[in-house]
Design a protein around this ligand. Sequence first.
Ligand SMILES: *Cc1c(COP(=O)(O)O)cnc(C)c1O
Length: 384
Amino acid sequence: MQAIPYGRQHITDEDIAAVVATLKSDFLTQGPQIEAFEKAFAQVIGSKYAVALSNGTAALHLCAMALGVNENSKVITTPITFAASANCVRYCGGEVVFADIDPKTALIDIDSVRKLLEASPKGTYHGMIPVDFAGYPVNLEEFRKLADEYGLFIIEDSCHSPGGYFTDSQGVKQNCGNGNFADLAIFSFHPVKHIACGEGGMITTNNEVLYKKLLQLRTHGITKDPALMHENHGGWYYEMQTLGYNYRLPDMNAALGLSQLQRFDEGLARRRFIAKKYDEAFVGTNIKTISAPENFGHGYHLYVIQVENRKELYDFLRTKNIFSQVHYIPVHTLPYYQSMGYKKGAYPNAEEYYANCLSIPMYPSMTDQEQEYVIEQILSFCQS
Ligand SMILES: *Cc1c(COP(=O)(O)O)cnc(C)c1O
């Protein structure tokens, strides 16, 4: 059996042709593919606006900047996420405050967020960054209510959940990242994610003011829009009005993303099919899994199992050419955050989750045969 990773990209001849066509065009950096990709992505997600960026981390950084995070900001997020969800607050000089997870969902626990907010005077916190971890959608309607009580912004880290949705109190399906509850949402197009650009990211929003701010921050804080400029010296003239970055996505990468987007539904359906097969295979075993309620659409970036002898299983699977992975080492326990005074033991649910979790292979191009082999090996380990 060929090596089976925990996740991987799927590149077709159409994808390759799209990239080659862009290479032969006039635009290598930001060109027509960017706008086409942004439009198509916003449509799939159901947001008004989308801004393509060089990667998901750059997207998080610009979100924090656009929402005014600074040295006086305290922003709440979950320890069970990729470090970038927290780092974006640090880029802007703000303080990261973690809230523990709910062990039933592995998502940030709203009660633990509420406790933090209630324990300090109003105005202490600036915002929150909930993460649709593994693809399980956060119920953002509930988080929005809480955020509004305390005047907080919400950045939704939807990297794991394009195509995921929760059902709100009115019975309406709310797509992850659709901007109805979060001020801004971000996605990544790293090859293990649903859509691969090589490197790439996207911010979605329904807020026009933030949208325009993001366009400017993406390209050095520069504008060429005569309506926005203070002066105008001629055709060459531009103004750098604020300190931005070069976080542009190259047109080749956007062409790849746009081509991949054509197979988005297919890929998501395949992920859900694979998840269902795993769910069924692990019923009645000592393997714990998390699935979302019926009226939630899980995005299944990851399929996570929880087992007591996680390290032994990880090592065993490697000997069988199956490369599982752990998501995530709790962010507050990483040496950088430890050096800033965050304490191990502070978030017991997150730490217990980390002790037992293992992400097993989940990607659309995994064959039935490969998945059966994975299941067989896991069950044989757990029964021995
Ligand atoms: C992948 C990921 C990111 C960062 O995306 P990059 O494109 O790799 O910079 C941020 N948050 C989460 C939850 C992710 O999974």
